[in-house]
Write a protein that binds this ligand. Structure first.
Ligand code: PFF
Length: 541
C-alpha cells in the first residue's frame, strides 16, 4: 500500500528541506493575500492579531505536522491511518453528535447544513481520526483551485509588463499611469473569461509539470535559487515605497494598532491567514516532513520556516502600504490591491517596466512553489494510499483541480463580487444555505482557508497532543535535535542555555513541556474561541 521508507525520496539536507518548506509557505498568501486582507481589516491591529496567531498556533502546529510526517514517512491520510488507534470513543461520540445535529437541522429544513453535519458525522464515526488527513486532501483540491486562478493573474501581469517594455513605456503610460486607470485595467482583465482561464490553465500546467517530475529534482531546485531573489526585490520595493511623498501615512496604517477597526470576523480571518500563509492545517507540512531524513533538526527547521514566512509577509506590507497611501488608493480595495497598485508604482520609476517584469516573474515563482506543495499533498495521497504511479496521480489531480478552478475563474465580475456565468450554482447554494454571498471564488477561499485549515490545524494539534502523545512526538523530534526537549526555558531566556549549573536533570519548564501544553490546550482552544467568536457565540459585538 505505502512506500517503505527506504524507497521514499528525501530532501538533500536540512537546507534543502527548509527552502522547500519555505517555498511552500511563502507565496501569494504573503504578497497578495496578507496585504489586501490587512487593508480590509484596518491595518496594524489586524497585523498584531496575525502575529499572535502565528506564535500561539502556527509554531506549535508546524512542529506537529513536520514530526508527524517524518515519523510516519507518509502523506496526511497515511500518517493518520498509521497512528490512529483501532477504536476511539471520542471520535464515535463526536460522529454520533454530528449525526444527531444533522437530523435536527433536517427537521428545520436547513438542508445545506443538515447535509454537511450528516456527511461529516458519518465520516468521523466511520474513519475516526483518519478523517483529518482526508480533510487535508479535500482542502488541497479546493485551495489550489482558486489559488491557481490568482497564480494565473500573476502570469497575465508578466505579459502586461512585457507589453510595457516592448512599447517603450507607451502602453504603461496609457494603462497604468494612475490608480484609477490601473484599477480599470485590472477589472477588464479579470472579468475576461478567456484571459482568466488561459492563465489559470498555464499556472496549473506549471505546477503539474514539477509534481510529475518528483520531489528533489523539481521542487527543491526551483526553491533554492528563486526565493533569495524575491527577498532582494521586495527590499528594493520597500526603499522605493517609503521614499514616495505621503508614504508615512501608510507606514502608520500598517504599524499602529487601532483596535476599533477590528470587526467580529477579523480574528477568524487573521487566524485563517496565519494557517494559509504558513501552509498549515491540511497536511502540506506532513507531506514535506515525510521527505525529511531522520538525522535532521526539526525544531530549528520549523522556526526557520515560520520566521522566513512572517518576515516576507511583513516586508510585503512595508512595500505595499506606503505606496498605497502615496498614490491615493484605498487600502480596502480587496483582491485587486497589489495588481492595481504595483504597476502604477513601477511605471513611475526609471526602468520601471523592467522592475515590474522582474517582480511579477518572482511572484509567479513564489506562487508556483506553493501551488506545487498543494498539488503534492493530493498527489502523494494517491501514490501512497491508492498505489497510483506519480505521473498518473499528478496528471489526474492536476486535471480535476484545473477544471474546478475554471468555476472560480469565471465567477469574478466587475465589482469582484459576482457569480457571472454561475447563476444556477448560486441559486442551488442559496437554496441550501439561505445565502450565497460574494462570488464562487470568495466562497471557496473563505470556506477552505478560514474554516477548513484552522479546523484541520486544531485537530492535528489535538491528535499529536492526546492520541499519538506528546512523548512519542518528542521522541521523533529528538532524532536530529537532541537538546530541543531539554532546554530550560528560563535558562534559555536568560542566555544561560549552556551553563553547567543550569543543567540540572530535573527540569520542568523545558521547551518540550511548553510545546506540549500549547498543542494539548492553548492552540486548540485558541482556534475554538476564534470560531465561537465569529459565529457570534462569544463577545459578539
Ligand atoms: N502558504 C501558501 C501561501 O502563502 O501562498 C499557500 C498554501 C500552500 C496554503 C500550501 C496551504 C498549503 F498547504
Amino acid at each position: 500500500m505505502s512506500n517503505p521508507e527506504q524507497q521514499r525520496e528525501h530532501w538533500s539536507g536540512n537546507l534543502g528541506f527548509v527552502l522547500a518548506a519555505a517555498g511552500s509557505a511563502i507565496g501569494l498568501g504573503n504578497i497578495w493575500r496578507f496585504p489586501y486582507v490587512t487593508g480590509e481589516h484596518g491595518g496594524g491591529a489586524f497585523v498584531l492579531v496575525f502575529l499572535v496567531c502565528v506564535a500561539v498556533i502556527g509554531i506549535p502546529v508546524m512542529l506537529c505536522e513536520i514530526s508527524l510526517g517524518r515519523h510516519t514517512q507518509r502523506n496526511p491520510v497515511g500518517a493518520f491511518h498509521k497512528l490512529t488507534p483501532s477504536s476511539s470513543t471520542f471520535a464515535h461520540l463526536l460522529g454520533a453528535g454530528m449525526i444527531v445535529a444533522g437530523l435536527f437541522l433536517l427537521v428545520f429544513r436547513d438542508w445545506g447544513w443538515a447535509l454537511i453535519c450528516l456527511g461529516l458525522g458519518t465520516a468521523v464515526f466511520r474513519y475516526s481520526w483518519r478523517m483529518v488527513g482526508g480533510m487535508g486532501v479535500v482542502a488541497g483540491f479546493l485551495i489550489l483551485s482558486f489559488y491557481s486562478v490568482v497564480g494565473g493573474w500573476t502570469i497575465g501581469y508578466v505579459v502586461e509588463m512585457l507589453r510595457v517594455l516592448f512599447t517603450g513605456g507607451a502602453y504603461g503610460q496609457e494603462v497604468f499611469s494612475d490608480a484609477a486607470s490601473s484599477g480599470e485595467r485590472f477589472v477588464n482583465l479579470v472579468v475576461s473569461p478567456v484571459w482568466s482561464i488561459v492563465n489559470h490553465l498555464v499556472f496549473m500546467a506549471l505546477c503539474t509539470g514539477i509534481v510529475y517530475a518528483g520531489v528533489r529534482g523539481g521542487i527543491e531546485r526551483a526553491a533554492r535559487v528563486l526565493m533569495p531573489l524575491l527577498l532582494i526585490l521586495l527590499l528594493a520595493l520597500i526603499v522605493r515605497g517609503v521614499s514616495l511623498p505621503g508614504a508615512v501615512e501608510g507606514i502608520r496604517f500598517f504599524l499602529t494598532p487601532d483596535f476599533s477597526q477590528l470587526g467580529t470576523e477579523s480574528v477568524l480571518i487573521a487566524m485563517g491567514l496565519a494557517f494559509f500563509s504558513l501552509s498549515l492545517g491540511m497536511g502540506a507540512m506532513i507531506t514535506y516532513g515525510s521527505y525529511v531524513e531522520r538525522n535532521q533538526n526539526l525544531f530549528t527547521a520549523s522556526l526557520a520556516v515560520v520566521g522566513l514566512d512572517v518576515l516576507l509577509a511583513l516586508l510585503a506590507g512595508l512595500a505595499i502600504f506606503p505606496a498605497v497611501f502615496a498614490v491615493g488608493m484605498e487600502p480596502t480595495q480587496g483582491p485587486g490591491l497589489v495588481f492595481v497598485l504595483l504597476p502604477t508604482v513601477f511605471i513611475g520609476i526609471p526602468y520601471g517596466a523592467l522592475w515590474g517584469l522582474l517582480f511579477f516573474v518572482l511572484l509567479v515563482v513564489a506562487a508556483w512553489t506553493s501551488g506545487i506543495s498543494l498539488l503534492e499533498v493530493v498527489t502523494a495521497y494517491f501514490v501512497d494510499e491508492r498505489g497510483w504511479t506519480r505521473p498518473r496521480a499528478a496528471l489526474t489531480c492536476g486535471g480535476i483541480i484545473a477544471a474546478l478552478g475554471i468555476l472560480s475563474a469565471v465567477s469574478v465580475d466587475a465589482d469582484l463580487t459576482g457569480w457571472s456565468y454561475l447563476g444556477r450554482l448560486q441559486r442551488l447554494i442559496t437554496w441550501c444555505f439561505g445565502a450565497a454571498p460574494g462570488s464562487f471564488f470568495d466562497l471557496v477561499e473563505n470556506v477552505s482557508s478560514n474554516w477548513l485549515l484552522p479546523l484541520g490545524g486544531m485537530l492535528i494539534a489535538l491528535f499529536v497532543g492526546w492520541i499519538w502523545g506528546t512523548r512519542q512526538a518528542l521522541e521523533e523530534i529528538r532524532h536530529g535535535s537532541r537538546n530541543f526537549g531539554d532546554v530550560h526555558v528560563v535558562s534559555l531566556l536568560a542566555g544561560l542555555k549552556d551553563d553547567p549549573s543550569h543543567n540540572s536533570p530535573v527540569h520542568v519548564l523545558t521547551l518540550a513541556s511548553v510545546w506540549g501544553i500549547f498543542i494539548r490546550f492553548i492552540s486548540p482552544l485558541a482556534v475554538l474561541l476564534a470560531f465561537l467568536h465569529t459565529i457570534g457565540w462569544l463577545f459578539a459585538g
